[in-house]
Design a protein around this ligand. Structure first.
Ligand code: SF4
Ligand code: SF4
Length: 377
């Protein structure tokens, strides 16, 4: 185990949090936060230990740690901390820091620590999308709406697949680095490969249900998040696999599943993103007291993408060609940066890292259990 000390660790970590939000130096290690956490367990206590690692500058040990991903920011620990050390916000900041460490391109670090990089990259990608449409759009038919002439679905579908491949490549290579840090370097136990296979079901299960979160008392947030996830998973499946069916100039009857699936996704995305923005504006709950730029960018982009999607749909049904085409370009100029920047390098990546961390945690626990049974035999 590497115990090399980085005296700058806390200073570095503060770059990933809002001004005044990271107050780990105030912690005197009383352990109240761990006692209060509804998600902690006797064999795997947190969050106190992560704060201790930061105080001691043990960067490699922190990198090998998955605890921040096990936290769902209910805020109970912060409410009861006698020192105002903000342990819940510390876990949030550590999740950003870990995301940046897993990311080999260095872009996550740039986005999380520089407003210019984060906003500039979004504007750059959005600008390129608009430029692409200006230069390469199809014929503009104005006597009726022909979106598939203006933006042929075959071309858009090829671009979708290219984008999906791009996202998957960066996300997967970063997950492999997470595996190396946490399971290869961070485990004292020998883990049989069969155990990884046997517990693999945890990945889709945790992703779809976020089951651990439901153990917190904040069930409305868990439910809202579950609907939100169902909305963008549905949209992602439609965009990647069924775009020809979805982006069509045919007007389907109201009872058609193409319309109802679209309406379902739209409602839950709009509600989920709107709820997140409203919560951060009101700052009524612990998890919304501090808002890093990345906490704003994702729901704002998601809200914008959904809203412009509604406009494209409405203008198409109202028979307004130019309004449909222009709104479609704006829709894509918001959608593409949200997917290519936020999914692999930004806030969205936690949707991948969190279930992976829970899966790794289960594998580690079961491997230690097997090892201790063997040593007793
Ligand atoms: S964060 Fe607060 S509650 Fe937790 S160990 Fe430190 S001082 Fe105690
Ligand atoms: S925010 Fe909630 S889940 Fe996270 S460490 Fe604190 S008490 Fe535990």
């Amino acid at each position: 185990m590497n115990n090399r000390v980085n005296p700058e660790l806390l200073i570095d970590l503060k770059r990933y949090g809002e001004e005044g939000a990271v107050n780990i130096e105030a912690c005197f290690n009383c352990g109240t936060c761990t006692a209060m956490c509804p998600l902690t367990s006797d064999d795997h206590p947190f969050p106190r230990n992560t704060l201790r690692l930061v105080q001691m500058g043990l960067q490699d040990r922190l990198l090998q740690n998955i605890d921040p991903w096990l936290c769902y920011y209910c805020g109970d620990c912060t409410e009861t901390c006698p020192r105002g050390a903000e342990p819940a916000e510390a876990q949030m900041t550590l999740r950003r820091w870990l995301t940046a460490q897993y990311d080999w391109t260095g872009l996550a670090r740039k986005f999380y620590t520089s407003k210019v990089w984060e906003i500039g990259s979004i504007l750059l990608v959005a600008g390129l999308v608009v430029l692409g449409f200006v230069l390469f759009h199809g014929p503009v038919v104005t006597d009726q709406v022909e979106l598939n002439t203006f933006a042929p679905v075959e071309v858009i579908h090829v671009l979708d697949w290219t984008m999906a491949g791009f996202l998957l490549f960066f996300l997967m290579t970063n997950v492999i680095r997470m595996y190396i840090f946490t399971m290869r370097r961070g485990s004292q136990t020998r883990i049989p490969r069969s155990l990884y296979l046997r517990e693999l079901w945890n990945l889709p299960y945790q992703f779809a249900t976020q089951k651990r979160w439901s153990a917190c008392e904040d069930r409305p947030s868990w439910l809202s998040h579950a609907f939100l996830v169902s909305g963008y998973v549905l949209m992602l499946i439609i965009i990647v696999f069924f775009l020809r069916w979805f982006q069509t100039d045919n007007i389907y009857p109201i009872w058609h599943p193409q319309r109802w699936l679209g309406y379902y996704a739209t409602v839950v995305l709009l509600y989920g993103a709107g709820r997140a923005i409203w919560g951060r504006l009101k700052k009524a709950r612990q998890m919304h007291r501090f808002s890093h730029l990345s906490d704003w960018i994702f729901p704002i982009l998601l809200f914008g993408v959904t809203l412009t999607g509604i406009f494209v749909h409405s203008f198409r049904y109202l028979g307004l060609p130019l309004a449909t085409y222009i709104t479609y370009v704006i829709h894509m100029a918001l959608l593409v940066p949200m997917l290519v920047l936020e999914v692999p390098f930004g806030k969205w990546s936690h949707l991948a890292y969190r279930p992976v961390a829970i899966y790794f945690q289960v594998v580690k626990q079961k491997a230690s259990l097997v090892e201790s049974e063997l040593s007793l035999a």
